[in-house]
Design a protein around this ligand. Structure first.
Ligand code: NAI
Length: 392
């Protein structure tokens, strides 16, 4: 099996937000990195942003000014993909488009050495479909970093159906050595985080659409009662309603239109209106200077009802992911706490509340609405019946 150390050169294809962040992480851990992009302007931009980010770290005292300069010196920016020759690992972070990614992987296969591991940072495409473009799909896998890559600790490692175990192990060990927390996920839509987190947004919007509560009240309930760092509407405004809608729509389609993941008209209309959130100045909230934030209705009783409805949906989703062997119980909890900062792993939370209570909530919702969206998962039902817990 191939082993990596700090002398292994790394290639990053795509110099956008993710590519430059990943390059920073690898260079900060001693690797020489080559960043390749078709656009010189994107490369120049990435270089400037990296310089700024590293200088900021030096000003804060997180790294020395010499260290900041060394990290930047280790990174080379080029439009020539042939610069990938000799790299041990190439991480692709170009636009989210299957045929564009397949074309890049086909090129990488001939330009990089026979032993180079080829990883994709895709958040919604099938790793197996990307790998299918290659002669040696066994060296292709997913390495899904979160934004911003230098700060977010989680990386989902996703083998395609042909990926060799040694490729998974080597890559995982390397990314772990970069100080990241890696979790292993099956190659299914949304992997772990973008699948299990869907109800955090979707059920919150549903409660809003039904007129049960406004955005500020739902956000208040999730933070104040649930302990989440941000409420769903604040978070959607931060992520961008266009980006969040696109992920929801992609997961829904990829699951053959399972009603659990159905996007909402509320979010679609916001996107159509250009109310994308913070970046456009308006989303669920108004970010104009001087705009007053709306006051939540701070009723503990209805707040608890809102929080538990969303939490039960999240737990049901996490339990479904265990049932379908998307990842282990531990990795699902790690993914949600490290990837999206949940205050607690959902499956640990389920144990603490009692699976019977979560199941009862799901059954009540399903009974009231009569919608498949609220069906309790098989594993949740079986475990509740047998009085089992996710952790012993
Ligand atoms: P971006 O749009 O900021 O950057 C993409 C870069 O790829 C651009 O600089 C573009 O010029 C370059 N590019 C396009 N085609 C190319 C090609 N054939 N060869 C070389 N360079 C090419 O995109 P971003 O946000 O950095 O995302 C990159 C990937 O990471 C996507 O697959 C996305 O789904 C995934 N991702 C994005 C996250 C995010 O929050 N932005 C989080 C996790 C994954």
């Amino acid at each position: 099996m191939q082993l990596f150390d700090k002398t292994t050169p790394i290639a990053v294809i795509g110099a956008g937000a993710m590519g430059s962040g990943i390059a920073q992480v690898a260079a900060a851990h001693g690797h020489r990195v080559v960043v390749v992009d078709t656009q010189s302007a994107a490369l120049e931009n990435a270089r400037k942003n990296l310089e700024k980010a590293l200088n900021r770290l030096a000003e804060k005292g997180s790294i020395s000014p010499e260290n900041a300069a060394e990290i930047l010196q280790r990174i080379r920016f080029t439009t020539e993909k042939s610069a990938c020759a000799g790299c041990g690992l190439a991480i692709e972070a170009i636009i989210e488009n299957l045929s564009a990614k397949q074309a890049v992987f086909r090129e990488l296969e001939t330009l990089a050495g026979e032993d180079c591991i080829l990883a994709s940072n895709t958040s919604s495409l099938s790793i197996t479909a990307i790998a299918a473009a290659c002669r040696k799909p066994e060296r292709v896998l997913g390495a899904h970093f979160f934004n911003p890559a230098p700060l977010m600790p989680l990386v989902e490692i996703i083998p395609g159906i042909a990926t060799a175990n040694s490729v998974v192990e080597t890559s995982r060990r390397l990314v772990d050595a970069w100080g990241k927390t890696t979790v292993l996920a099956k190659d299914t839509p949304g992997f772990i985080v973008n699948r299990v987190a869907r109800p955090f947004y979707g059920e919150a919007i549903r409660i809003f659409e039904e007129g049960i509560a406004d955005a500020a009240t739902i956000d208040w309930a999730m933070k104040e009662i649930g302990g989440f760092r941000m409420g769903p509407f604040e978070l959607m405004d931060l992520i961008g309603n266009d980006v969040n809608y696109a992920v929801t729509a992609a997961v829904w389609e990829a699951f053959f239109y399972d009603p659990r993941y159905k996007p909402s008209f509320t979010q679609k209309r916001l996107v159509e209106a250009g109310r994308l959130g913070r970046k456009s100045g308006k989303g669920y909230y108004d970010y104009a200077p001087g705009a007053l934030p709306p006051e939540p209705v701070k009723s503990r009783e209805s707040g608890e009802e809102i929080f538990f409805r969303i939490l039960a949906m999240l737990i049901n989703e996490a339990a479904e992911a265990v049932f379908w062997q998307i990842a282990s119980v531990e990795d699902i909890d790690l993914a949600m706490t490290k990837g999206v900062n949940y205050p607690k792993g959902l499956l640990l939370w389920a144990d603490e509340i009692g699976l019977d209570k979560v199941l009862e909530k799901m059954r009540r919702l399903q009974d009231e609405y009569g919608e498949d969206r609220y069906r309790p998962g098989m594993l949740l039902k079986r475990m509740a019946r047998e009085g089992r817990r996710f952790y012993q």
